[in-house]
Design a protein around this ligand. Structure first.
Ligand code: F6R
Length: 613
């Protein structure tokens, strides 16, 4: 996730672009840059770190122009550095590109281009686009971009300018947001509304496959084959604060709703269900090592620890590798038996959690290979781990983790499938089946989110005083960690005590707590080997007077008879189901917190990144 802004018109593009990027800093902030055209020449300013660094550079050496594009980066390919900061240009410095998204086939394209003695200045997937546009350029920028797009696989929102056509911006969209701001004698592009609100409220929302040619006076939208596409202009009434949250009341809600896209971004370019193939470019473990792994320790804190608990089921079932999961603050102070065949996986959204970092260092000191599942490129954990698989979720602003969690689940699911194949424990048929299940998840979550209000209605009942003493969350098998995660979300957001429990364990103690005032959230998955067991556990709770809130994927009579409060979710395979079952639990915690008047995005006593022990 990165932020793009572009401007063409009579005012100073640099000012407008810089202020726009400031509004998009939430989309990424590891480096930034601006490109403008002055007297048919490109000028590019880039700097690593937060946008203020670029600001200082521009203050020192002010520049101005009537056309330009800018970018604030959230690294995906290539570490945060000045060379990897956008905009990127071709070797002759006539075409310049800003990009948000991932070009899946950039290595293949790079290799092809290298044969034509093209030099690359960065490690990014984006630079190849500038080279290709230049290659195809024959006095028509639009046509060169169209030809380039035919070669790209992946997702993109693009802003492109060329010194030979200094009056226009070409932009294009495929699976990444891009809007055009319509002005008078000036026009704009941006990744998101807040960047443009000070200048115009009239916006065109590009759709997949759209390519626009924008001058100060005209906007023409076409497709790759040069057919005109008509897109209406919408008048945006949001105020600036609403716009930052994309119209959602809180960042957390926005982030919950982003999950179909962020999950897709995490698996994009890594899984190919039709071919039955997994490709994780950044993990450099030889097949022999993978075959020889004796055991895995997965280490993390809080929500990341819960993702670890889910991963145990995946590594053991798919790859047949014994897996232990540890809370980082415990792991670092015990004496785990580690050797060179032990693989350590640390999971962390921020990549800065002190205990997780210490656990990673301990593992390295014992000679173990290490992998980080991490969201923040360039963070301490991502730098110190031997391998990193990034969850491409973009910045998570709500303190309670939501989209980062489902990104972590997606990443470990892919790793487990890959190793299952490499260790000969999964057939290609099984691999295809599980990949297809994952592939379908974003759509299923989107479907479910259309009925988010049903969860709100349940929250309205249980946020009332007579119920709000304690909650119990029950799950079994791979959904036991989701019960823990659901309880954690409710606790941290609404300050209601909640406990997650393995449903089969309830009768060994916690059942004593159950009475009429105790709401019990139970996760039941039809395609599960513990389905009937789970039903029995629910009966046990009901028999003690507990009020059951069911999360279930089966709209059948048997389930309907168990409770009047049922949240139906689309059906999935059990192994991928945590990605689905956690969504209603995130929403339940969110709505309960809102109804109780709590600070959803910044719950008391918490911090987004816990850098102390
Ligand atoms: C809960 C939550 C925390 C974090 C934990 C680890 O919603 O966000 O429990 O999961 O502090 O943080 P990271 O993943 O940054 O290491």
């Amino acid at each position: 996730m990165c932020g793009i802004v572009g401007y063409v018109g009579k005012n100073n593009a640099v000012d407008i672009i810089f202020k726009g990027l400031k509004k998009l800093e939430y989309r990424g902030y590891d480096s930034a840059g601006i490109a403008i055209i002055i007297d048919k020449k490109l000028e590019i300013k880039r700097s690593v770190g937060k946008l203020c660094n670029l600001g200082a550079m521009l203050d020192k050496n002010p520049i101005s122009a009537d056309i330009g594009i800018g970018h604030t980066r959230w690294a995906t390919h290539g570490r945060p550095s000045e060379e990897n900061a956008h905009p990127h240009t071709d070797p002759t410095k006539s075409v310049v590109v800003v990009h948000n998204g991932i070009i899946e086939n950039y290595i293949e394209l790079r290799n092809k281009l290298k044969k034509g003695i093209q030099e690359f200045q960065s490690e990014t997937d984006t630079e190849v686009i500038a080279h290709l546009v230049k290659k195809h350029y024959k006095n028509n920028l639009l046509s060169a971009v169209q030809k380039t797009l035919c070669e790209l696989k992946g997702s993109y929102a693009l802003g492109i300018v060329c010194s030979e056509e200094p009056d226009k911006i070409i932009c294009a969209r495929q699976d990444a947001p891009l809007i055009i701001g319509v002005g008078k004698g000036e026009n704009f592009i941006a990744s998101d509304i807040p960047a443009l609100l000070p200048y115009t409220r009239n916006m065109i929302f590009l759709e997949n496959g759209d390519i626009a040619e924008i001058t100060a006076e005209k906007i023409i939208i076409k497709d790759i084959k040069n057919n005109i596409r008509n897109r209406g202009v919408k008048n945006i009434r949001w105020d600036a604060v609403q716009a930052e949250k994309d119209g959602y009341k809180h960042f957390m809600l926005k982030e919950i709703f982003e999950q179909p896209r962020t999950i897709e971004d995490t698996f994009r370019g890594r899984i190919y269900p039709d071919e039955g193939r997994v490709y994780i470019e950044e993990i450099e473990l030889e097949e022999k090592y993978i075959k020889d792994i004796s055991n895995i320790y997965v280490v993390g804190c809080g929500t990341a620890y819960h993702a670890g608990l889910v991963s145990k089921f995946l590594f053991e079932s798919f790859a047949k590798i014994p897996t232990e999961v540890d809370i980082a603050s415990e792991f670092r102070y015990r004496e785990p038996i580690l050797n060179e065949k032990t693989l350590i996986i640390v999971i962390s959204q921020s990549g800065e959690t002190a205990d997780t970092l210490a656990a990673l260092r301990l593992a390295r000191s014992k000679g173990c290979r290490t992998i980080a599942v991490c969201n923040v490129v360039g963070s301490s954990i991502s730098r110190e781990a031997m391998n990193v698989i990034y969850t491409h979720c973009g910045p998570e602003i709500g303190v309670a983790s939501t989209k980062a969690f489902t990104g972590q689940l997606t990443a470990v699911y892919i790793l487990a499938l890959d190793w299952g194949c490499k260790r000969g424990k999964l057939t290609n048929k099984e691999l295809r089946k599980y990949l297809k299940e994952l592939w379908e998840i974003p759509l299923k979550i989107s479907e479910f989110l259309k009925n988010a209000n049903d969860v709100c209605n349940i929250a309205k009942i249980f946020a009332q005083k007579k119920h709000k003493r304690d909650f119990l969350y029950l799950g079994r098998h791979i959904n036991y960690p989701i019960a823990l995660e659901g309880a954690l979300k409710l606790k941290e957001l609404s300050y209601i005590h909640a406990e997650g429990y393995a449903a089969g364990e309830m009768k060994h103690g916690p059942i004593a707590l159950i009475d009429e005032s105790m709401p019990i959230v139970a996760i039941v998955i039809k395609k599960s080997k513990v389905y009937t067991k789970m039903i029995s556990n629910i009966e046990e709770a009901k028999a003690r007077g507990g009020t059951i809130i069911l999360v279930s994927d089966k709209n059948n009579k048997e389930i309907a008879a168990k409770s009047e409060h049922i949240i139906y979710i689309p059906q999935t395979d059990e192994f991928v189901s945590p990605l689905m079952t956690v969504i209603p639990l995130q929403l339940l915690a969110y709505y309960t917190s809102v109804l109780l008047g709590c600070d959803v995005d910044q719950p008391r006593n918490l911090a987004k990144s816990v850098t102390v022990e």
